[in-house]
Design a protein around this ligand. Structure first.
Ligand SMILES: Nc1nc2c(ncn2[C@@H]2O[C@H](COP(=O)(O)OP(=O)(O)OP(=O)(O)O)[C@@H](O)[C@H]2O)c(=O)[nH]1
Ligand SMILES: [Mg+2]
Length: 468
């Protein structure tokens, strides 16, 4: 049904409140639908006692009326046909006896005219037969049709491919660095890398361990280990073998021990009194080479000084310490005017400045390569860790200068007997091509005294062939 908007106070208020609710700005509160209706069939009638909410609107209406009112009258008078048309359009209310009409919008009016041309007689027919608004109906139909056509076209058209954007996870050039996610990604990647590196290191270590475990010691080495009670042993095993386990090693300071003590020193040369007689920081302060010398070389803390004490059973003559780098000079000891024992400063890890350590190393190298009267260098290797690059470096140096050297595995009491045998086997295998090496590899523990007797025997031979 065609609605009528009268300027009655009630209707006006209603209208305003609805438009303001919707927040619509279409022509001072008219929504689109209402406008369409208005353009097609609605009339704005002016009541006798109008109430105008908006004085501006009223003034504009009045001015419109002034502008077009007279012209329209003239036009109606001039052409009856056109006036009829205009009546059918605008003067629908004329049937109800209202006198004055005015247009709200001239543009709408013209569009209405064109609409009328298009729909022409049909509309008139409809108006006669039906009370519904024909233009609206036709518009609705048109809209439905349009929708259907759109649906068809959607079905007919091939589906558009989705645009896939590939993102490079490692490309941060286009991202803000202060973005938390990006930072998280970076830290995650760094963590992953570190873990991978750790795994790689572990793999290498594992493979080295696996290689070590695969070593099969020769029967001669293994029997030597067992005979000398080398390696970590239970007290009961040591007692059964005749050792007095109640004697701690510093108390075992008896050069001429009897069977009731731990072990008798059979090699006479080592029963002699051990006397310190020279220390050298530079090669120029080395003492004259009167007696044959046996030097003890090796990394810091490997147990050089302890071995000297253990060999002679004269604890305290050679100072020892659990702090690496304790011995900082080349110390010369005389043993019964038959043999000189030389305690060398350690190389590698030590609590000392780099320059100082380098100076020690150079001094040791100079000593082992140039010292006249040096009969043997005992190269001490920690049984647990094996040979390190600095040890190999020294070996090469001694090979070059044809200095006789013998490998002595120390601290054998810290590992299992089988591992002692494996380590000895491993070193023998790696150095078997070398010419200046004196076989076999010796294995000792200054703490338990295991293997010391065998080392005395091996070193005692050097003193025996020395002419007085
Ligand atoms: N378990 C065990 N510990 C030992 C053995 N020999 C030495 N040690 C210990 O190893 C540490 C270092 O001993 P040192 O004789 O001073 O070693 P070093 O090679 O002279 O050390 P630097 O003088 O620094 O080159 C000391 O705490 C000793 O008690 C051993 O056979 N077994
Ligand atoms: Mg020392």
């Amino acid at each position: 049904m065609a609605k009528e908007f009268t300027n009655s106070p009630k209707s006006n208020l209603k209208f305003r409140s609805r438009s303001s609710k919707n927040g619509d700005n279409n022509g001072g509160g008219f929504d689109k639908q209402e406008r369409g209706k208005m353009g097609s069939s609605k009339k704005f009638t002016k009541e006798k006692t109008p109430f105008r909410a908006n004085p501006l609107k009223v003034s504009s209406l009045e001015s419109n009326k002034k502008k077009f009112g007279d012209k329209r009258k003239k036009f109606e008078d001039f052409s009856g046909k056109s006036s009829k048309k205009s009546d059918s359009n605008f003067d629908k209310k004329s049937n109800k006896g209202e006198k004055k009409h005015f247009r709200m919008n001239t543009v709408k009016d013209s569009s209405f005219e064109t609409g009328k041309k298009n729909f022409g007689d049909k509309r008139n027919n409809f108006e006669e037969g039906s009370s519904k608004v024909p233009f609206l109906n036709s518009e609705k139909k048109f809209w439905f049709k349009k929708k259907n056509v759109e649906d068809d076209s959607v079905e007919a058209k091939p589906k558009k491919k989705k645009r896939v954007i590939k993102i490079d996870r490692y490309d941060f050039s286009n991202k803000r660095l202060d973005d938390g996610n990006v930072l998280n990604e970076i830290t995650n990647q760094q963590k992953k890398k570190k873990e991978e590196q750790k795994e790689d290191v572990e793999k290498v270590e594992l493979s080295m361990n696996a290689q070590f475990r695969a070593i099969q010691p020769s029967p001669s080495i293994f029997t030597f280990v067992e005979d000398n009670l080398l390696g970590r042993r239970r007290d009961i095993d040591l007692r059964r073998a005749g050792y007095n386990t109640e004697l701690s090693w510093p108390l075992d300071n008896i050069p001429f021990s009897t069977s009731t003590e731990r072990e008798r020193i059979e090699e006479s040369v080592f029963r002699n009194k051990l006397e310190f007689f020279a220390a050298a920081k530079v090669s120029s302060s080395f003492p004259p080479p009167d007696l044959p010398e046996i030097a003890f070389a090796g990394r810091s803390n490997v147990g050089k000084s302890s071995l000297l004490n253990s060999l002679t059973r004269q604890w305290g003559v050679v100072r020892t310490s659990d702090k690496p780098g304790h011995t900082q000079t080349i110390n010369f000891f005389n043993l019964g005017k038959k043999l000189n024992l030389v305690d060398l400063p350690g190389y590698g890890f030590a609590y000392a400045k780099e320059e100082v350590k380098e100076a020690w190393e150079d001094l040791v190298k100079e000593y082992v390569s140039t010292r006249i009267g040096l009969k043997r260098v005992c190269l001490l290797i920690d049984t647990k860790w094996g040979m390190k690059p600095r040890d190999i470096e020294l070996v090469h140096l001694m090979e070059r200068y044809q200095t006789k050297y013998q490998i002595v595995l120390t601290k054998t009491d810290t590992v299992f007997p089988l591992d002692v045998a494996r380590r000895a086997m491993q070193i023998e295998e790696t150095l078997k091509q070398h010419k200046s090496i004196v076989q076999p590899v010796m294995m000792v523990s200054s703490r338990s005294g295991a293997g010391i007797r065998s080392l005395r025997t091996a070193l005692g031979k050097i003193a025996r062939f020395v002419k007085p």
